[in-house]
Design a protein around this ligand. Structure first.
Ligand SMILES: [Fe+2]
Ligand SMILES: [Fe+2]
Ligand SMILES: [Fe+2]
Ligand SMILES: [Fe+2]
Length: 403
């Protein structure tokens, strides 16, 4: 299967921007803007195209650890945190972020770039690395991160540009190397640089700055890649810590039961790994609520499959995966969300995903309750099928396979 890494990267950047919606209520497209600034700075260094591509990936991924529950809950219990830069002060997001991305198909050999994106040049950062000990790509991302955190909370006025430039220059030799500050000064003289940062189509600007990498990727590899996402999604909350991975195991079993060919089985697993991607945008205080949700909170939850679709639609070759993964809250009678698709639009594979998603959620253990038994879960599925929500034949088959 030919597969475009750029598209995958941008889908990933959407997911990372969802995390900002979760923690801060709206997104400033921080990950995309940091990637853009980092790419512009990379022009001053002797990086090859693959390294530049990786710099872009690392920059997009730099704060992926912020979705982890421990970080998010810190945020929720600390009301004075009102922006990303304060949230980023938690060291843990660097370790977690590095761990989450082990399976990503980087093209060059750089290591620990995400882990060290908050190091200071004088050794006063999270891990006390100093000078050249800090990987160059981490240094570039660190400066880009600061510039963006200063940039997007102020009006993009000329005065604000000056404020940012002065701030970066004050940090010469303490936070950043002399050379990096010099390069930033050269870049910041261009009005186009600042205007680009305000551009609503950051994706286009990012793509202009990196070579397109279309790789011939084996679908097995794609399965692994999708599990990078599912780790990030599952780590969002201990309440659903194994939901996506648990679902993908069950999807695999049922796919073999239906004798799907091996490519289709793998596509189903990818769809299961990614089905709740949009949950990264749902605040944890809603996701983790132990009592039932009020109407407003439920409306927020309903966004998640819409966002899943939006992100995955960017990837050519993912058409089936989108239909199988993003429709798991639609109902056969058209009363589901977010599109109200009915039986005519819902394929066998999408219906299977829906039934298994419910079965998985009911049978998995949550911190506040035990997982339901197979029989109890089946009773709920049977009731839902009798109401015309889900496919009754599939429900019977699930009973056969998991009894
Ligand atoms: Fe960070
Ligand atoms: Fe950041
Ligand atoms: Fe869902
Ligand atoms: Fe789910």
């Amino acid at each position: 299967m030919k597969f475009n890494l750029n598209q995958f990267l941008l889908a990933l950047s959407d997911a990372l921007d969802f995390v900002e919606i979760n923690t801060l209520g709206s997104t400033s497209f921080h990950s995309k803007r940091v990637a853009y600034i980092a790419l512009r700075l990379s022009a001053f260094y002797n990086l090859n195209e693959k390294e530049k591509f990786d710099l872009c990936s690392f920059a997009i991924l730099h704060d992926n650890g912020l979705s982890e529950e421990v970080v998010v809950s810190k945020f929720e219990s600390t009301p004075q945190i009102s922006n990303l830069s304060t949230l980023e002060k938690y060291t843990k997001h660097c370790n977690i972020g590095e761990k989450n991305i082990v399976g990503f198909p980087f093209l060059s050999k750089h290591k620990d770039i995400v882990k060290y994106h908050h190091e200071n040049y004088n050794g006063t950062g999270f891990f006390k690395l100093k000078g050249a000990e800090i990987p160059l790509l981490s240094q570039i991302i660190a400066l880009a991160d600061t510039v963006d955190n200063l940039f997007h909370f102020e009006l993009p006025s000329i005065k604000n540009r000056q404020k940012i430039i002065s701030f970066i220059n004050e940090k010469e030799n303490t936070w950043y190397s002399k050379e990096l500050v010099k390069n930033f000064n050269t870049l910041s003289k261009l009005p186009s640089f600042w205007l680009d940062l305000q551009c609503p189509n950051l994706e286009k600007l990012i793509l202009k700055n990196i070579t397109s990498f279309t790789m011939n990727i084996e679908i097995e590899h794609l399965v692994k890649l999708s599990s990078v996402f599912s780790t990030i999604i599952d780590s969002n909350s201990s309440f659903t810590a194994r939901h996506s991975s648990g679902l993908s195991n069950k999807v695999e079993k049922m796919s073999y039961f239906y004798k799907y060919d091996s490519e289709k089985v793998m596509k189903m697993i990818i769809a299961a790994n990614l089905h709740d991607l949009g949950k990264l945008a749902v605040p944890n205080k809603i996701l983790d609520k132990q009592s039932s949700l009020n109407a407003e909170e439920f409306e927020v939850v309903k966004c998640h499959t819409y966002y899943t679709r939006q992100a995955l639609e960017k990837i050519d070759g993912f058409e089936d995966i989108v239909e199988w993964g993003a429709n798991h809250h639609e109902k056969l009678n058209g009363e589901g969300y977010p599109y109200g698709f009915g039986a005519d639009k819902l394929t066998q594979e999408a219906r299977l995903m829906t039934c298994l998603d419910i079965y998985q959620a009911l049978t998995e253990e949550r911190p506040y309750r035990k997982g339901m038994s197979h029989t109890d879960a089946m009773n709920i599925l049977i009731t839902q099928a009798s109401k015309g929500y889900i496919d009754k034949n599939i429900v019977q088959d699930i009973n056969k396979v998991f009894k």
